[in-house]
Ligand binder design. Structure first.
Ligand SMILES: [Zn+2]
Length: 686
């Protein structure tokens, strides 16, 4: 539902994709249980600007810390989660856990990152062996093999909306589109490092500037790594990335499941995408035995493969070298990490300062050994009582959805029956998973950071490849318990609500029902809604890609969602950049549906909150929802979100209350106020 500190973004399903959003301590700590009235700006009319009404005072009094691209309530909880992880890691590090044990791996990985002296002493030497191997490539056949060796499990289309990788291509292992009982191999486009093809192709001034800065950054990295003629090489690499970007699908196109369902056998690759020596590629990837793949962006595979023929071997070798350097820059001496941050942190997201090293160390352990920490985290920070209460809320929300679907006059009985089947077979994971990842094939050494990263990525790749063809575990989680987020996994017909989001201010056992339903209830409703939105409607109750809608029902659904896309198209975060209603449609539908169902759940609870500072129980419900989305973003970060994220900025998420009839009853906005919509103009999906 939101994005994460990892550079990948979460999406279809997850609540927020905090690609860049990093968070801090300055958010007002809630002292009472319920809405934060001190955040409200009473000088703003709710009907004119609900977002600034609910959050304006907080926005006025909040500064973005220098090491962050953004600040919001998710950040505050993220900080709490990170601090807890850091404490756990410290405890683990001093416990002298047995060699080879998971806890020892946690301690050794963290210590290898914190050993700055050791990292400086080694200099570029860990990378040197990789660069020498690339320099030794003599022909396109060897190039194909080397490209295959870079394949990693570093993309995730549906659970994380991460549709491309800096490597030539990326692997995602997930339940098959056409056989959801078994894991299949999905391949995705790659080859570019900037966040999206638009960064290469848009002629806006800010993107033109970024492209020049990127080439300067490339040259600086090549120089640090000791390569000659860095400027000339950078130009060649950039031109190749630009050519690759032109073959890529846009984010909105990537979200179209039906366009992605392309099964290619091994022989299809040379027939449909000539150029790259595919036998060598798959052999290098260790996937010679895999007979078929689902190729998400078929035309990108055709285009990228042709570029292997049309672009010189030397340029490809430079491209490989640069991508290798960039991929490990954060784990090399300080000069590399600083140069990387100067471009990706300062220029691309507007953040003046790097996070303290210990925090980056925590993120690293979370990335590579997330479940090892998660086990300890869940045991320590997620009481059984929270699990029970959250389960009860989810049950109420599902009941609210069921009622809404039953009451739809436009939906046919057969479509309703499959929708009902999806609801009744939905797996809802609360707090933490039932089984944990096994890290026994991951070797960690306390004095070898570079090797730890290399082996960690490879171990995850091998773990994923080993699952191909095996039966699917529908209860498998895609988030760790310490993640402040939530996710819908359409191929598993499952939801995950990690422990770290099930705490105040989202979920507070001591807060009134109106506030809990407005805060976490709308999040739960959002995730359930993904089961039925533009993408969820492509999957049946078993997670198969199947059109279970009658043509008339689908037509009605598409007509009402087109209205919502048009509504978001009118929002303009910058004079030269509008929202893309189609790119954000699935998430915007989930917000409208989530608020509607959460409101029903709150009403069904029968509880009425006492007024707080004059705000009624219903008003508290909507204010709690609006306060989920209070945020401050740096301009570059906001631009990046608008261009690369399926989630709308917080302001437009909060303002979606304009589509909800109950909001009109609660705040009585008048025609003429900016958010006011006549009843016929409000978008009602469910
Ligand atoms: Zn979502």
């Amino acid at each position: 539902m939101k994005a994460s500190h990892k550079l990948s973004l979460c999406a279809f399903c997850c609540l927020v994709l905090f690609s860049l959003l990093s968070r801090s301590q300055n958010t007002p700590i809630q002292k009472e249980h319920g809405i934060v009235t001190s955040s409200i700006d009473t000088s703003v009319k709710p009907g004119d600007d609900f977002y600034h009404f609910a959050n304006g005072n907080w926005i006025k009094h909040t500064d973005i810390p220098p090491d962050r691209a953004a600040m919001d309530v998710w950040a505050k909880l993220g900080d709490l989660s990170n601090q807890r992880m850091a404490d756990l890691i410290k405890e683990i590090a001093s416990s002298n856990a047995g060699a080879g044990s998971e806890l020892r791996k946690v301690a050794d990985l963290y210590n290898s990152y914190m050993d700055e002296q050791g990292i400086e002493a080694k200099g570029v030497s860990p990378l040197k062996a990789r660069l020498d191997a690339i320099a030794a490539i003599r022909d396109k056949k060897q190039l194909a093999r080397a490209l295959g060796e870079t394949l990693r499990a570093d993309v995730d289309a549906l659970n994380n909306t991460n549709f491309h990788t800096p490597n030539l291509f990326g692997l995602w292992v997930a339940p098959g589109f056409n056989d959801s009982d078994h894991y299949a191999a999905y391949l995705m486009q790659g080859g570019v490092i900037l966040p999206d093809r638009e960064y290469y192709l848009s002629d806006s001034e800010s993107m033109q500037k970024i492209r020049l800065q990127y080439q300067t950054h490339m040259a600086a990295m090549l120089k640090l790594a000791g390569l000659s003629n860095p400027e000339a090489r950078a130009k060649g690499i950039f031109d190749l990335e630009l050519a690759i970007a032109k073959t890529h699908r846009t984010l909105a196109e990537n979200e179209d499941i039906h366009k992605a369902n392309n099964t290619w056998t091994r022989s299809d690759f040379s027939a449909k995408a000539p150029g790259l020596d595919w036998n060598e590629y798959f052999s290098g990837a260790g996937m010679s035995n895999v007979k078929s793949f689902i190729v998400w962006q078929s035309e990108a595979f055709t285009g990228e493969s042709a570029l292997v023929t049309s672009t010189s071997l030397d340029t490809w070798k430079d491209w490989l070298s640069f991508h290798e350097i960039e991929s490990y820059a954060g784990f090399l001496p300080k000069a590399f990490a600083d140069e990387r941050f100067a471009f990706f942190g300062k220029e691309l997201s507007g953040t003046p300062q790097q996070r303290p090293r210990w925090q980056r160390g925590v993120f690293l352990v979370d990335d590579f050994l997330g479940d090892a920490i998660g086990k300890v985290y869940a045991e320590k920070y997620f009481p059984a009582s929270s699990k029970e209460q959250a389960q009860a809320m989810v049950a109420n929300l599902i009941a609210a959805f069921r009622k809404r679907i039953e009451a739809l006059t436009w939906m046919s009985a057969s479509t309703k029956a499959e929708a009902e089947a999806k609801l009744s077979t939905l797996y809802v994971g609360i707090g933490y998973p039932e089984t944990w990842h096994d890290y026994s094939n991951y070797e960690v050494k306390a004095d070898d950071l570079f090797g730890n990263i290399w082996r960690g990525r490879l171990a995850e790749y091998h773990r994923q490849v080993a699952r191909l063809g095996k039966p699917v575990d529908r209860k498998e989680w895609s988030m760790t318990p310490q993640t402040v987020n939530a996710v819908n996994l359409p191929l598993q017909n499952a939801l995950n609500f990690p422990a770290a989001i099930l705490q105040p201010p989202f979920f507070d056992p001591k807060a009134p029902a109106a506030v809990n339903y407005g805060a976490i209830g709308t999040v739960i409703g959002h995730e359930i809604s993904h089961t039925f939105d533009t993408e969820g409607s492509a999957f049946d109750s078993k997670g198969r890609v199947r059109n279970w809608w009658t043509p008339e029902d689908l037509k009605h659904f598409e007509a009402s969602t087109a209205k919502l896309a048009a509504q978001y198209d009118t929002y303009k975060p910058f004079p030269d950049l509008s929202m893309n209603g189609k790119q954000t449609l699935g998430e915007n539908i989930a917000d409208v549906a989530g608020v509607s169902a959460a409101y029903d759940g709150y009403k069904a609870s029968g509880q009425v909150a006492p007024a707080v500072d004059g705000y009624s129980s219903d008003q508290q419900f909507f204010i709690a929802f609006g306060q989920n989305w209070g945020e401050k973003l740096r301009e570059a970060a906001l631009r990046q979100q608008v261009m690369t994220d399926p989630h709308s900025p917080g302001e437009y998420r909060a303002d979606t209350v304009r589509n909800i009839d109950a909001w009109y009853n609660a705040f009585d906005p008048k025609p003429g106020e900016a958010l006011y919509l006549a009843p016929g103009e409000r978008v009602r999906i469910w």
